[in-house]
Design a binder for this molecule. Structure first.
Ligand code: GLP
Length: 247
């Protein structure tokens, strides 16, 4: 794993955007695995800025997102399709027909998941996966548990995730209880993973991810086994690792 130390969230966002721009320039037909949540928002802002300045071209880029809440459609402003349109796709020249998010409106979970697996296969797999991490160590919506799940699946969201994500909804009762998420197998199959971690509330999860056992109780810990992960972390996220004298 390669570490890129960042002073703060802004520096992290800028450096990740630069990394992604470089990847797109090297391979204009790249398949990007994209993430939602607060963490990548700054990165998307920098990507939009770069596009406006004419330094990046998304016309041949394909994207597959990690996850979507079950029950939310493309027009739900808390949904992840809406998030991606709002933060990135509406502002750059990506062909939206080449952008994929699990179909939250499909009630049949098996169907939704097998269709998404087929999409990932049809696009030829993921070249570069952008990843955030949950406070409980989840990646995508792969929640702490007893096993690692390989492919796209329907998840019962952990109580801690419902609480953490309630900030985007009117109340915690409005947070959908289930989601469709890529599995860790999909994530681990990406040729390169960019892991973005910012803030004190992620410091324990980051420590566990990097220095703990490889365990489904901390789903991100499986990234220790990936041979091309670039970690962008800010000082706050690294605080526990620093306290322990590991940096
Ligand atoms: C969300 C998403 C993850 C994301 C994580 C952290 O629930 N499913 O893909 O990485 O939780 O979110 P945030 O960046 O808002 O802290």
């Amino acid at each position: 794993m390669r570490f890129v130390y960042c002073k703060n969230y802004d520096e992290m966002s800028k450096k990740i955007a630069e990394d992604l721009i470089q990847e797109i320039r090297q391979n204009p037909e790249i398949v990007l695995g994209l993430a939602t949540g607060s963490t990548p928002e700054g990165t998307y802002e920098y990507l939009v800025k770069a596009y406006e300045e004419g330094t990046v071209d998304f016309s041949k880029v394909t994207s597959v997102n990690l996850d979507e809440y079950k029950g939310l459609g493309p027009d739900d402003d808390q949904g992840y399709r809406y998030f991606m349109n709002h933060h990135l796709f509406d502002h750059v020249n990506i062909d939206k027909a080449n952008t994929y998010v699990p179909n939250g409106l499909e009630e049949d979970s098996d169907k939704a998941c097998s269709e998404y697996e087929a999409i990932i296969e049809n696009v030829g797999g993921i070249d570069v996966q952008l990843l955030g991490i949950g406070g409980n160590g989840h990646i995508g919506f792969n929640e702490p548990g007893e096993i690692f799940i390989k492919g796209t699946h329907c998840v019962d969201l952990a109580e801690s995730t419902l609480k953490a994500n309630a900030r985007f909804f009117d109340s915690i009762d409005d947070v959908p209880k289930q989601a469709y998420s890529m599995g860790v197998g999909n994530i681990m199959s990406a040729k390169k993973v960019i892991l973005a971690v910012s803030g004190k509330n992620k410091a324990q999860a980051l420590y566990d991810t990097l220095y703990g056992d490889i365990t489904p109780k901390v789903q991100a810990s499986i990234l220790q086994l990936h041979n091309n992960v670039v970690l962008y972390a800010d000082e706050d996220a690294l605080s526990i690792i620093k306290e322990k004298g590991l940096l």
